[in-house]
Write a new protein. Structure first.
Lengths: 213, 222, 261
């Protein structure tokens, strides 16, 4: 029991790293993903094509491959990244592909008629984007986006495999000292489940709220 | 820039690790989706047709698994359970158990919505000719549901196939493990990933094509 | 009316959905070999009544008996009875056939398999016996070349004829038909009505809910007019259409005539 209490600080440190990684990834991926998402919706055929290839490529391979490739492979072409940066880069690439799809889906789901109505009132493209498309799209965007935040939190567990001391690796270090895996795993499980469950529950609540508006 | 020299010969020399790994990954995903589907189907039926208490327990089961990182589940089953159970099992066995349970949690949702999507009228027609509950389930509801659920199931298979890459962390000799072995022993990082990436992508592509064929064959206007 | 020859006895049946009373004190008897058509405006409770007969919809009060067996409950005594369980209902339902407005053929089975399913699994017939009976009925409804077709490959009229074959192959004591032509394109309606007429001529006891007035007049022994959850009139076709004095019925009939053109 003592051991359990004394390991809590380590787990909290690990948790904070997990949260840091997750937040950084969410931030970068969302910014880049939304921009590219707008491009793939409105861009020329070539832009659409290139971004399409990117998303299909990234989503078709396991996250682990991406992480290992960035960490082990980039040095070979001259980019030596430390493991934290590599982790964030890899996960960002991964989540960006989701955000792009997300954005595209949200924008395209807006009924064509509403676009026409906005045009006929005389709003130019930029104003249409801000006052009509954005408010409507955000409702379709948010629920799946929150879900992918949860997916990112789950995926962040993989960064332990390249030595980033997140919650997963912290857990394993604790087990290395206490030799009792189960209690630590259970605690870790509860933490991850709480975080992800509150995220996905929020996402579902938002989804039903928006559906009836 | 860099003076990295591409050298694929190392890869071809150890290519058997990749091919065998690929086959093992495909197998692991297949076994897991089958076991997961059996569990998932039973739980989905119980969820829909039995009472509220069951909905609660099954709901907890699903949320617990879906909101956990797969990596954690793998460790828990492989290291954790034996430590309190007093027994040991092979890494492959434990991975299949883990992935099957993981698959079942996702498939419960697929089957649940698939079963709910079966028109009430079809079930009424089955009742009208005198089929009892079990017969309606086996001869009408489940067959109809499978056709609705086929696309989701093939997507699930592709996901599971990608998830087998995590088996490498407990040294199951699947594709990722083979790739990492080559990576650590030959340092041909770029080449290795250049080879396994199309393998992963290729499987997804092939499954999609197969799915199209299946959909055409069993064309059902439900 | 001789009580002994009554196949179906509906007494004081009531049904509500929440606060909505859909069936108000329904009394109806049908003898073996009779063809009864139920007509009336939408919302009058016609389909609900039909569905209560094979307990697809549960009736709250009253009694529905087929050959003196209470259908939905263990007895007709409302103070002591319990709802029948699934097994008992399945057994009773196997003797009552139903044909649906939207056909509801099993989409994963061929026409022949659709008709055979009940014969194999409920009547427990062998494959060869079931095939014989099923193919016989498919031929009688004019689909001898469609045995291996899936429902998605059949027209509406063909699907409905399979639906009829599926119900009748079970050799039911009573056949219920719920607006079976309402979802069909006009040119496909006649082929279905012809099948029903032949069944009537061959002595099948039938209750039809229908909007096809001329057909109802042609094939029925009695016409029951329902409105607002009540049976308003229960007369023979001639009286119903040409010489009745009921105001509600006449209003309904004149509305129908207008709608047809």
């Amino acid at each position: 029991m003592e051991e359990a209490i004394s390991s809590i600080p380590h787990l909290i440190e690990g948790l904070s790293v997990t949260i840091q990684v997750t937040l950084l990834v969410v931030f970068f991926a969302t910014v880049i993903g939304v921009i590219l998402g707008v491009f793939i919706t409105y861009g020329s055929k070539y832009i659409k094509y290139i971004i399409r290839i990117f998303t299909d490529f990234v989503r078709g391979i396991p996250v682990l491959v991406l992480i290992f490739f960035v960490y082990y492979g980039f040095p070979a072409i001259g980019l030596n990244l430390d493991n934290f940066v590599a982790a964030v880069v890899a996960l960002t690439i991964f989540k960006t592909s989701h955000v792009i799809e997300n954005t595209r889906g949200a924008i395209e789901s807006i009924h064509f008629g509403q676009m026409e109505a906005a045009k006929s009132i005389g709003l130019d493209f930029k104003r249409r984007l801000i006052f009509v498309i954005f408010p409507l799209a955000i409702r379709r965007f948010l629920p799946p986006w929150i879900n992918s935040v949860a997916d990112t939190a789950k995926g962040s567990a993989l960064v332990s495999l390249i030595g980033v001391v997140d919650l997963m690796l912290a857990m394993q270090k604790v087990i290395g000292r206490t030799y009792e895996p189960m209690p630590v795993y259970i605690v870790g499980l509860i933490i991850y489940v709480l975080i992800n469950y509150s995220l996905s529950a929020t996402s579902r609540k938002l989804e039903s709220k928006y559906r009836f508006n | 820039m860099t003076d990295y020299h591409f050298n694929f010969s190392y890869i071809w020399k150890h290519f058997d690790r990749l091919i065998n790994g690929l086959l093992l990954s495909l197998e692991l995903a297949l076994i897991s989706i089958v076991i997961g589907a059996i569990i998932g189907l039973m739980l989905a039926i119980i969820y829909i047709d039995f009472g509220r208490k069951y909905k609660l327990f099954i709901g907890i089961y699903v949320e617990l698994i879906r909101n956990s990182p797969l990596l954690l589940l793998i460790y828990l089953v492989f290291y954790g359970i034996p430590s309190i159970g007093g027994f040991e099992y092979s890494s492959t066995t434990s991975f299949v158990i883990t992935l099957s349970i993981y698959a079942s949690a996702y498939l419960i949702e697929v089957f649940r919505s698939g079963l709910s999507a079966v028109e009430q009228g079809l079930i009424d027609a089955a009742k009208a000719i005198g089929l009892n509950y079990l017969q309606r389930l086996i001869y009408v509801r489940i067959p109809t549901m499978f056709r609705i659920a086929l696309p989701s199931m093939s997507n699930t298979y592709i996901s599971l196939f990608k998830d087998t890459s995590l088996a490498s962390v407990i040294a199951v000799p699947e594709l990722m493990y083979g790739a990492q072995w080559i990576n650590f022993n030959t340092f041909r990082v770029i080449e290795v990933y250049a080879v396994i990436t199309p393998m992963y992508l290729g499987v997804g592509f092939v499954i999609l094509v197969l799915l199209r064929q299946l959909e055409k064959k069993y064309r059902v206007d439900v | 009316m001789k009580m002994e020859s009554n196949l179906l006895k509906i007494k004081s049946v009531k049904k509500s959905f929440g606060k909505n009373i859909v069936l108000n004190d329904i009394n109806l008897s049908v003898s073996k070999g009779e063809v009864v058509s139920i007509i009336g405006p939408s919302g009058s409770g016609k389909t609900t009544l039909l569905r209560c007969i094979n307990m697809l919809t549960e009736y709250d009060e009253g009694s529905i008996q087929i050959e003196n067996t209470e259908i939905g409950y263990t007895s007709s005594d409302e103070t002591t009875r319990k709802k029948r369980n699934d097994k008992q209902l399945s057994s009773i339902r196997s003797d009552i056939g139903m044909v649906f407005q939207l056909f509801y053929l099993f989409p994963h089975l061929t026409a022949l398999e659709n008709v055979m399913l009940g014969l194999r699994k409920v009547r427990k017939l062998s494959k060869s016996e079931a095939t014989q009976i099923a193919s016989g009925w498919l031929e009688r409804v004019g689909l001898s070349d469609k045995f291996k077709s899936l429902p998605s490959q059949l027209s509406g009229g063909q699907q409905q004829r399979v639906g009829i074959a599926r119900a009748v192959a079970m050799d039911p004591k009573l056949l219920l038909l719920d607006e079976i032509t309402s979802a069909l394109d006009p040119e496909l309606i006649q082929e279905v009505l012809d099948v029903v007429k032949k069944l009537a001529e061959d002595g099948m006891t039938m209750i039809l809910v229908t909007h096809e007035m001329s057909f109802a007049k042609d094939v029925s022994d009695r016409i029951v007019f329902m409105d607002g959850g009540f049976i308003v009139t229960d007369r023979n076709p001639h009286e119903t259409f040409h010489s009745n004095d009921n105001q509600r019925l006449n209003e309904f009939l004149s509305r129908i005539k207008q709608e047809k053109f």
